[in-house]
Write a protein that binds this ligand. Structure first.
Ligand SMILES: NC(=O)c1ccc[n+]([C@@H]2O[C@H](COP(=O)([O-])OP(=O)(O)OC[C@H]3O[C@@H](n4cnc5c(N)ncnc54)[C@H](OP(=O)(O)O)[C@@H]3O)[C@@H](O)[C@H]2O)c1
Length: 264
């Protein structure tokens, strides 16, 4: 069954202008879906939308919006209330520094929380509720390996990503009887523009970065394989982290973070 037959012909990508969000956008458009794309910076967003309209011929709506705003869902609804959004990909979430908890102003950490926790919850509540009523749909909440255990220098981010994965797990079970597939798509190091801007080492020998197109294709291939899909061949590493005592898991995660951020 095609994605359109299974979920409908509109997808919303919250964080859909670059990186894995862009790859999802292109692959979903190629699969026949129209798109609603949200990101903060209008330049890349509008360029991607124009390219998809021209090269693939789908309808693409865009909204330049900060998803950490408390009213983000209300703004998104203005663009989507007249269409049936059958797929929600909540991608945005990496806007954080790799830094000690107390070295960053609280407002910055709250932005990370607002996007990943408040934003994912609000979007899943609204769009997932409509999918439940329609009896079909798919939601992908993007998580991180950093959410598998608390990591120093990523304290709020790792906690927020743990929330995201746990939320998706619960919704997977709740919505399954209603025909809605929910997936916590857990990413490992992936070569996105945001990571390049953060200066993280994407060529680390122990954590070679995945490519956005591959991650998106993998996510789409496993929409129905929830509750959790760890992408890019990192499932064994995830199992390893989960097999450790919490103490050892935190120590290993914190050392891994230090190693890719090139600081100790
Ligand atoms: N890349 C990795 O190595 C990696 C590893 C593990 C997990 N992840 C997760 O994968 C997802 C994608 O990460 P990424 O590296 O592509 O970086 P990202 O900063 O999350 O950017 C992804 C997309 O979201 C948009 N975005 C980011 N913050 C936003 C906000 N507050 N409001 C609206 N749009 C926003 C970006 O465009 P604008 O900047 O224009 O807003 C971009 O289109 C995130 O959830 C991240 O936590 C990534």
């Amino acid at each position: 069954m095609s994605l359109v037959d299974r979920y409908g012909d509109w997808a919303l990508i919250a964080g859909g202008s670059e990186g894995v969000g862009e790859s999802f956008a292109r692959q979903l458009a190629a699969a026949g879906l129209n798109l609603v794309l949200i990101a903060r910076n209008p330049g890349p967003l509008d360029a991607l939308a124009a390219d998809i309209r021209q090269s693939i011929g789908r309808e693409v709506r865009t909204l330049a919006l900060d998803l950490s705003r408390p009213d983000a869902i209300d703004e998104a609804r203005k663009l989507t209330d007249d269409v049936a959004v059958g797929m929600l990909i909540f991608m945005a979430g990496a806007g954080h520094r790799v830094e000690d908890f107390h070295a960053v102003p609280l407002e910055e950490w709250l932005t990370t929380l607002n996007c990943n926790v408040h934003g994912q919850t609000a979007f899943a509540h609204h769009y997932g509720g409509l999918m439940k009523q329609r009896g079909k749909g798919a939601m992908v909440l993007v998580g991180s390996m950093a959410g598998l255990a608390g990591s120093a220098r990523l304290a709020v981010y790792s906690a927020a990503k743990a929330y995201s994965t746990t939320l998706a797990e619960a919704l997977w079970y709740e919505l399954r009887p209603h025909g809605v597939d929910v997936l916590a798509l857990v990413l490992t190091a992936t070569r996105t523009p945001a990571m390049a801007r953060m200066g993280l080492d994407m060529d680390h020998p122990d954590f070679p970065a995945a490519e956005p197109d591959d991650v998106a294709a993998e996510g789409l291939a496993h929409l129905a394989d929830g509750p959790v899909w760890i992408a890019s061949g990192a499932a064994a590493h995830g199992d390893h982290i989960r097999s450790l005592s919490r103490r050892d898991a935190v120590i290993e995660m914190s050392r891994n973070t230090a190693s890719i951020s090139d600081q100790d």
